[in-house]
Design a protein around this ligand. Structure first.
Ligand SMILES: Nc1nc2c(ncn2[C@@H]2O[C@H](COP(=O)(O)OP(=O)(O)OP(=O)(O)O)[C@@H](O)[C@H]2O)c(=O)[nH]1
Ligand SMILES: [Mg+2]
Length: 421
């Protein structure tokens, strides 16, 4: 089974709690605060590796969970940080959130991306000593690690994609030029899943060739096997479009495929292409030239046209050399203008907030204040007092007053316990 799309649950480690503790020393009546900070939670990191070929292992390992940070200790002892979870995935893996936001796009061997950040450890009470607060009885809770349901998708990054109508001879061409052993048969839709093969051009260069299921008119609307397999060749540098010379109308065969490439979510008809008329072994030269001339009229001027027989090998070498040349040219172009997607981080700091007066009380919406609330132990008076201080610093208290808050009214950081004004 070819696994190329899997759902996973990603869980970074929670930060460890800070603790409240006071020094106990002989002869000293009341020691200072010495509660240590919690350790940071581990992050979940994906690493692209050439040694991985499929996402199959994620059928059994659906939970990607990093270790939590430990709580702080007495004598300002820092809690141990949770270890990152580093997971190897094939080169070409794209990670998206459940909502479809792309979080990372791993295109180079060894490339790493943090997809879920571990929670920060909470501060212990040793942290909160100040001239006005000699015996701080509060500590922060650790921040929760980022967590989401994500989708891993493998986009095979082949150099060359083979496209064409069913039965055109795509798998045959792959089988005679590469190490791959795809199924070949004289009926449409023999190939049901993409096949990859390595084609050796000469001592120094080789190409990765992808054979995908045949396309038919209306594939973009789901006809035949649909066009979902095109995503496997979305990133190839070059396409080889194979046309069966036995087709009654080779021009419309060509146009049908071009249309489907164009209708795909990213217009693939713009990819550099070579066109090859296949199965010429049973035809005399004159007939072949006639057919080539027909095609020449409809393909773009710069597109190279070949007559080949995948079965007998006629013309195949020329096609491969030309393909290799075009791939090398395209690769240089891509190096100069890399098309990598930037890695978008979850939860970038956002300082904005707003206050909404409701029947339940004054509700505060805002990412930053919610983060502080998450670290607050609401059963601890001092912890709650600190949250009030933070609101004051952020200007939230002023806004509450402006909206007419009175003693005893409730303040609710959205999603958390209410506190009294
Ligand atoms: N005479 C002749 N027959 C060929 C040639 N290439 C392929 N065939 C035959 O054409 C038929 C289809 O070949 P496949 O390679 O399975 O075609 P495909 O394009 O992969 O087909 P799908 O996987 O169904 O899309 C098979 O019977 C092949 O033996 C050729 O160069 N000459
Ligand atoms: Mg096939």
């Amino acid at each position: 089974m070819f696994v190329d799309k899997v759902k996973v649950l990603v869980q970074a480690g929670d930060g460890g709690n800070g603790i409240v503790s006071f020094r106990h020393e002989k002869f000293i009546d009341k020691g200072g605060p010495d509660g240590g900070d919690g350790g940071n939670g581990g992050s979940v990191v994906l690493r692209a590796s050439r040694n991985q070929n499929t996402l199959a292992s994620f059928r059994y390992q659906k939970l990607l969970k990093a270790a939590p940070g430990q709580s702080g200790g007495k004598r300002k002892k820092h809690g141990r940080s949770g270890e990152d979870l580093v997971v190897d995935v094939p080169v070409g893996t794209v990670v998206a959130s459940h909502e479809g936001e792309v979080l990372a796009d791993l295109v180079h061997d060894g490339q790493e991306a943090v997809i879920a950040k571990g929670g920060r450890g909470g501060f212990g009470n040793a942290h909160f000593i100040s001239s006005t607060r000699q015996t701080p009885r509060l500590a922060e809770k650790g921040e929760a690690g980022e967590e989401f349901e994500g989708l891993l998708e493998l986009k095979m990054i082949a150099d060359v994609g083979l496209v064409g109508l069913p039965n055109a001879g795509k798998s045959t061409l792959l089988s005679v030029t590469s190490n791959a052993k795809p199924e070949i048969a004289n009926y449409p839709f023999t190939t049901l899943k993409p096949n990859l093969g390595v084609v050796d051009i000469d001592d120094s260069s080789s190409l990765l060739l992808a054979d995908i299921p045949g396309l038919i008119g209306g594939a973009s609307q789901g006809k035949g096997l649909g066009d979902e397999f095109l995503r496997h060749i979305e990133r190839t540098c070059v396409l080889i479009h194979l046309i069966d010379i036995y087709q009654e109308d080779i021009v419309s065969a060509y146009k049908t495929i071009q249309n489907e490439l164009k209708s795909y979510s990213t217009d693939l008809s713009k990819l550099p292409e070579l066109v090859a008329l296949n199965k010429v072994d049973g035809f005399d030269e004159e007939m072949v030239s006639e057919k080539l001339a027909e095609l020449q009229k409809v393909i773009p001027k710069k597109t190279k046209l070949f007559a080949i027989s995948a079965q007998s090998g006629q013309g195949v070498k020329d096609l491969l050399y030309a393909t290799n040349k075009l791939v090398q040219k395209e690769k240089i172009k891509q190096q100069n203008a890399p098309q990598e997607l930037p890695v978008i981080r979850l939860g970038d700091e956002d300082e904005t907030w707003k206050v909404v007066k409701t029947k339940e009380g004054f509700v505060i919406h805002g990412r930053k204040i919610a983060k502080f609330a998450a670290r607050t132990d609401f059963s601890n008076f001092h912890g709650v007092q600190r949250l009030r201080d933070i609101m004051k610093k952020m200007g939230i208290m002023r806004e509450l007053k402006r909206q007419g808050i009175e003693a005893g009214d409730k303040i609710i950081v959205e999603g958390f316990d209410p506190i009294e004004y």
